[in-house]
Ligand binder design. Structure first.
Ligand code: SF4
Length: 263
């Protein structure tokens, strides 16, 4: 009998690695525990991503950097901001980021995919995910572009080490039937871009890594299905990430790790 492939996204694998308890809350417990209040940084990220996707959907003649400002305002959501004034200030900041980022973009460089879902099987996985942008570069190869909106611009280690970006490259290559080895992080607030060119062997290592994590996930999924939901299978892994965890209110260890953060 062929082994059933484990269906997953890079986000699912990353959540298991970051914190098995959060993985249980987010992917296995049903109904899932109620999430905490929304985060302003998620609202900013969502509006910026949506505005950039919308911009590529405009007719070519309308793809002017200043249109990015309108699109951010149109896509803006105020969830997570303490008051209207702070939300408005953040909206205008994000609109400027997008406009300045688009000043460096050639509107004629039509991406081959925008918010495109890609998928690929490996020996043990059926991996899929949605990519912010997939470019077709002059050498005929694809490049994965992932937008970032956090405070800190990502560095070379972030792009080289990213399991998600490597899996997107593998899946894009399979879905679009073109070579894809280049992955890029675009930090929209500063316009900084960090890139990495994978080799066949570095991609193979990332697939091995993903399959190893997925093996652990599948064992944890089976344990949960048989009623084993305790910390022996799903231990909390407190870290600075607890400050942004949607399930912090249900997790004493996470709250202890990030005192002073609202629940
Ligand atoms: S608060 Fe921290 S330790 Fe608790 S579930 Fe979330 S990430 Fe894990």
């Amino acid at each position: 009998m062929p082994t059933r492939l484990y269906p997953c996204t890079p986000t699912r694998l990353g959540t298991w690695l970051d914190c098995p308890r959060r993985y249980r809350f987010g992917y296995l417990d049903r109904p899932a525990p109620p999430k905490g209040p929304p985060w302003a940084h998620n609202s900013i990220g969502s509006a910026v991503h949506s505005a950039l996707a919308d911009w590529w959907g405009l007719p070519f003649a309308q793809r002017l950097p200043a249109r990015g400002i309108d699109l951010v305002r149109k896509r803006w959501i105020t969830d997570g901001f303490p008051d209207a004034e702070e939300a408005l200030a953040a909206r205008e900041r994000a609109a400027i980021w997008v406009e300045e980022y688009l000043l460096r973009v050639d509107p004629a460089d039509e991406p081959i995919g925008v918010e495109r879902t890609v998928a690929a099987p490996t020996a043990r996985l059926a991996v899929s995910g949605r990519v912010d942008r997939i470019d077709l570069r002059p050498d005929g190869r694809l490049a994965i572009v992932d937008y970032k909106t956090g405070r800190r611009p990502p560095g070379p280690d972030d792009v080289r080490g990213s399991l998600a970006l490597a899996l997107y490259a593998v899946a894009a290559s399979r879905t679009l039937r073109r070579e894809c080895s280049r992955v890029e992080l675009h930090h929209v607030p500063t316009g900084e871009v960090v890139a990495h060119d994978h080799t066949p062997s570095s991609l193979a290592r990332k697939i091995d890594e993903a399959e190893s994590i997925a093996y652990d996930c599948s064992r944890a999924d089976a344990a949960h299905a048989s009623g084993r939901t305790g910390d022996d299978v799903f231990p909390p892994r407190p870290s600075r990430l607890c400050g942004w965890c949607d399930y912090r209110r249900h997790c004493p260890e996470g709250r202890a790790a990030t005192p002073g953060t609202p629940v």
